[in-house]
Ligand binder design. Structure first.
Ligand SMILES: Nc1ncnc2c1ncn2[C@@H]1O[C@H](COP(=O)(O)OP(=O)(O)O)[C@@H](O)[C@H]1O
Ligand SMILES: [Mg+2]
Length: 468
């Protein structure tokens, strides 16, 4: 998961986070290193990307955030060579990407764009199978992989596999886009404003799914966004950029909030840095309340008895046969029932384990309840979080200590390691030599389609302080 202890203390950049977990594929992430990368689209004028040097540690999710036109997309696309750098060097693991065949490279890097970029004339299954097909996997292996991925993104494969993209919602299409990018198990995933086109609630769900997926797969992910809150929520590390892809600060979310490097960064954070720290706390970090559960068809008297026995619970969670919550009636309601109904309450306040406390608070507000149900994998019921728990977390928010060993390099110009001494530049400590991550894997990895219809999104920086 994103903000775990091991990720906070990344050191040597081949930390525990690069080890695949038991349920993952075998392609955990690899470190990406940009060295003095410049992109000059035309001879005249300023470069779109100006001499950026940045290390993206293996197995981490790094977000790029900055005003529209500052060079985020250009930087991202140079990693899979959809755009060729004017100068500089990019390595993934120990391999120089410029020395590789560009098509082969792109098959080894998952690429997700806004809307999912699905091919409209192909079914969902065919879209996901795109890269494995290019890699000549046999049919059985491809079918298995499609099933596995649809399970991962929580879409029922029997229902959706043979549908066409236009038959799906925006959020579902976006999920398929992620599945397709992961199809051949690439170590690296590049995502360009992936959740920019969906409504806020769907976006929250997509973000949670990404964190869930990342918790088991440990890919190296670079995600571009113009939404600072999204950057905070998703990033193990955030690069705040200004025009020319100047890295203004490259830091963990905790440190960004606690010690913004300058006014530009403060402008992004806007008001309520304290409240934003809630975004960094997962509901699983909080203490969940136990709950009494029951099943449809049960005798209401018996259920009331259990509630009393459990210490006088005021609510009971009705779960289906797979332990997924259906409704959450109060004791008064149950008292008026004979048997427990099996109907699903559409307004039920549920949040996933990967959600932040902010998300939980949001759900409570939307549903007008003082608590929300927490669900885990496959939406199974885990526990209850109350508004009191969230309030308690707010009162316990503390300032964050600096990283002792400094983080990875990120900056522009000659010697970004020492930009610390240059006021108004980046605020990151020196770092040790870059080590190559284990580059075990061969290239059985994936890219999204080479469909490069990357829509430009109008930037709506939350409280953004525009320096352009
Ligand atoms: N193909 C291109 N040709 C010329 N200029 C471009 C091209 N693509 C992007 N630019 C310019 O490069 C700068 C950075 O663009 P981009 O990387 O798309 O920024 P961002 O993703 O941060 O919005 C902008 O000034 C943009 O106009
Ligand atoms: Mg862009």
């Amino acid at each position: 998961m994103s903000h775990t202890e091991e990720n906070k203390t990344v050191e040597g950049h081949v930390g525990a986070s690069s080890a695949p977990s038991p349920d993952s594929g075998d392609q955990a992430g690899r470190a990406i290193l940009l060295e003095h990368i410049t992109k000059q689209y035309s001879r005249k004028g300023l470069p779109a990307v100006d001499d950026i040097t940045m290390e993206i540690p293996s197995g981490e999710l790094v977000t790029f955030v900055g005003p529209s036109g500052c060079g985020k997309t250009t930087t991202l696309k140079m990693i899979n060579r959809l755009i060729e750098p004017t100068s500089g060097r990019i390595t993934i693991g120990d391999r120089d990407v410029m020395a590789m065949n560009a098509d082969k490279l792109r098959r080894e890097i998952g690429y997700v764009i806004q809307g999912g970029g699905l091919l409209p004339h192909m079914t969902v299954g065919a879209n996901i199978a795109l890269v494995p097909k290019m890699l000549h996997w046999d049919k059985e292996r491809i079918d298995e992989r499609v099933e596995e991925l649809m399970d991962l993104i929580a879409l029922d494969s029997d229902t959706y596999k043979d549908r066409y993209p236009r038959e799906l919602s925006g959020g579902q299409q976006q999920r398929i886009g992620v599945a397709r990018a992961l199809a051949a198990d690439p170590p690296v995933l590049l995502m360009d404003e992936p959740f920019g086109a969906v409504d806020p609630l769907t976006r929250q769900g997509l973000q949670d799914s990404l964190l869930e997926i990342q918790a088991s797969l440990h890919k190296t992910i670079v995600l571009v966004t113009h939404d600072f809150d999204e950057a905070l929520k998703l990033g193990d590390r955030i690069a705040i950029m200004s025009e020319g892809a100047h890295v203004v600060q490259y830091d963990t979310p905790e440190r960004l909030l606690a010690a913004p490097a300058n006014d530009f960064v403060e402008g992004f954070i806007g008001g309520g840095a304290g409240l934003k720290q809630l975004t960094l706390n997962r509901v699983t970090d909080a203490e969940l309340w136990p709950a009494v559960t029951c099943s449809p068809g049960e005798d209401a008297r018996e259920v009331l008895g259990r509630m009393k026995e459990a210490g006088g619970h005021k609510h009971v969670v009705v779960v289906d046969e797979r332990n997924r919550p259906l409704s959450w009636p109060s004791r008064q309601k149950v008292e008026r029932m004979d048997t427990i109904p099996g109907t699903k309450d559409p307004g039920l306040a549920t949040v996933s384990e990967e959600s932040s406390l902010t998300d939980a608070l949001n759900s409570m507000l939307v549903s007008n309840a003082g608590a929300a149900l927490i669900t885990g994998r496959r939406r199974t019921f885990k526990g209850v979080i109350t508004v009191e728990v969230v309030m308690d977390a707010i009162s316990r928010l503390r300032t964050v200590e600096p990283e002792e060993d400094g983080g990875p390099v990120g900056g522009n110009g000659e010697d970004p390691e020492h930009y610390d001494e240059d006021p108004g530049s980046i605020g990151e400590a020196p770092t040790s030599e870059i080590e190559d991550d284990d580059s075990a894997a061969d290239g059985s990895a994936a890219a999204a389609s080479e469909n490069d219809s990357d829509a430009q999104v109008p930037s709506a920086l939350s409280g953004g302080d525009d320096e352009q």
